[in-house]
Design a protein around this ligand. Structure first.
Ligand code: NMX
Ligand code: MLT
Length: 388
């Protein structure tokens, strides 16, 4: 597109809409179409679900899928960077256990940035990505009061295996858990340039704050219930509903709407049909846990809620989004506490946001980077006046 091409005529009606649909920049890692959902570097997400998270990190940073040597090199590179440069368990022990895990995650990222920031965008992004599995595992362990005898971090393992081995849960099917988490990470890594957490991270980085500050801020944006925390709220719904009887589920949905509460796991700012990431997770659930009670409830919700939401013409997309099914799957594999679910979203997004920050800071404008974010706001209810 040429510099003079008109992309959008901005009208008064665009103001105070959260920049909905207003072009802001370009993105090299992913794009989202209303009907086909997210594509990573051109590949529709549903074609990527059998790749490892490490391979998708390679894709987001290099814009090509790796061959087997590149894939092995990426894993070796992540292993080299994995060690957390300080005693994170000691820091976690000082945090209030009643604090939300997303706040813990943001504190952890900030803390690691204080211990070690190289100032090189890519180095810092890759270091943080490599440390996320251990951060996640340690967070769980300390919050659960299992902060003694934590297994050493075996960096020869995959990222997901490192998390699972740090967590070290008894009586669970580790292979199943690892499959669910690996799929989760691949599905959630990136979602175009303008989703709130990614936008927030890039905005912070535009001040040349550190990768750690930018991504800690991005995690705070993700922690809201209209964005990432919808996955927690959705499973809390499911546990509250307690039955997959369509009549009861419909009664619940209508009751929430009557109370002016959102139906979590449905709707989207960009998508206009069922999110393919939801479709993939439903297919995985049908394979691994078709008779799980929570899975049965979301299966009914998926049928009932779009019909009820579609009665309101204001709702642009009544269909299921990415957050509908992930909680039921995580619960099924033994991660039963929904308050942690958004941290998996955060773990995944660190990779996409990291890649987008690296592009914006080191590639765009011939390597000069996007300038300091500074959109325009009009004055409202302010006339010029002077102190008498
Ligand atoms: N439940 C109830 N009301 C809804 C829903 C929903 N699922 N979706 C949209 N609406 C309402 C919305 O609040 C708005 O009301 P008002 O005009 O009174 O402000 C109206 O419908 C029009 O909204 P849309 O233009 O359809 O959607 P918008 O782009 O503003 O918001 C979401 C998108 C995702 C915030 C909205 O669909 C929502 O609140 N969904 C439930 C929360 C959720 O699942 N969020 C996760 C999204 C994905 N992610 O992970 O980030
Ligand atoms: C998502 O993954 O659906 C989001 O980050 C929300 C968005 O794209 O706006």
């Amino acid at each position: 597109m040429g510099d003079e091409e008109v992309l959008l005529e901005v009208t008064n009606g665009h103001l105070n809409t959260g920049l909905r649909g207003v072009p802001v920049g370009t993105c090299r890692t992913s794009f989202v179409t209303p009907t086909e959902g997210v594509h990573y570097c051109g590949y529709p997400i549903k074609e990527l679900t059998n790749f490892s998270p490490e391979d998708i990190v390679y894709l987001l940073f290099n814009k090509e899928l790796p061959n087997s040597q590149q894939s092995a090199d990426m894993r070796a590179d992540l292993a080299k960077r994995a060690q957390i440069p300080g005693d994170l368990v000691a820091v976690f022990r000082t945090l209030p256990k009643y604090g939300h895990p997303m706040d813990w995650l943001s504190v952890a990222i900030h803390t690691i940035g204080m211990w070690e920031t190289t100032g090189d965008w890519k180095e810092d992004a890759m270091n943080l990505i490599a440390r996320m599995p251990r951060i996640m595992g340690l967070m769980y362990r300390v919050r659960e009061g299992r902060d003694e005898d934590i297994p050493a971090d075996d960096t020869s393992l995959s990222m997901v295996q490192r998390f699972a081995s740090t967590l070290d849960l008894d009586e669970i099917d580790n292979d199943k858990m690892e499959r669910v988490i690996a799929t989760y990470l691949v599905l959630h890594m990136d979602h175009g340039g303008g989703n709130l957490s990614t936008f927030t991270g890039k905005a912070i980085a535009s001040s040349k704050a550190t990768v750690y500050s930018a991504i800690a801020g991005a995690m705070n944006a993700l922690s809201g219930p209209l964005h990432g925390r919808a996955n927690q709220s959705c499973l809390e719904f499911v546990l509250k509903i307690g039955t997959s009887d369509p009549v009861e589920v419909e009664r619940f949905v209508r009751g929430e709407l009557a109370e002016k509460r959102p139906i979590f796991g449905f709707g989207h700012a960009v998508l206009r049909s069922e999110d393919p990431r939801a479709t993939v997770q439903f297919a995985l659930g049908e394979e691994i846990c078709p008779d799980d009670e929570n899975f049965k409830i979301i299966r009914t919700l998926r049928e009932v809620a779009p019909r009820v939401l579609a009665e309101n013409p204001k709702i642009s997309n009544p269909n299921a989004n990415v957050d509908i099914a992930s909680g039921a799957l995580l619960h099924h594999v033994g991660l039963e506490d929904p308050t942690y679910y958004t941290t998996f979203f955060g773990w995944a997004r660190v990779m996409g946001i990291g890649a987008q920050i690296v592009d914006e800071r080191t590639i765009f404008r011939n390597g000069k980077g996007t300038p300091l974010y500074r959109p325009k706001y009009y004055a409202e209810q302010q006339t010029l006046r002077h102190v008498e």
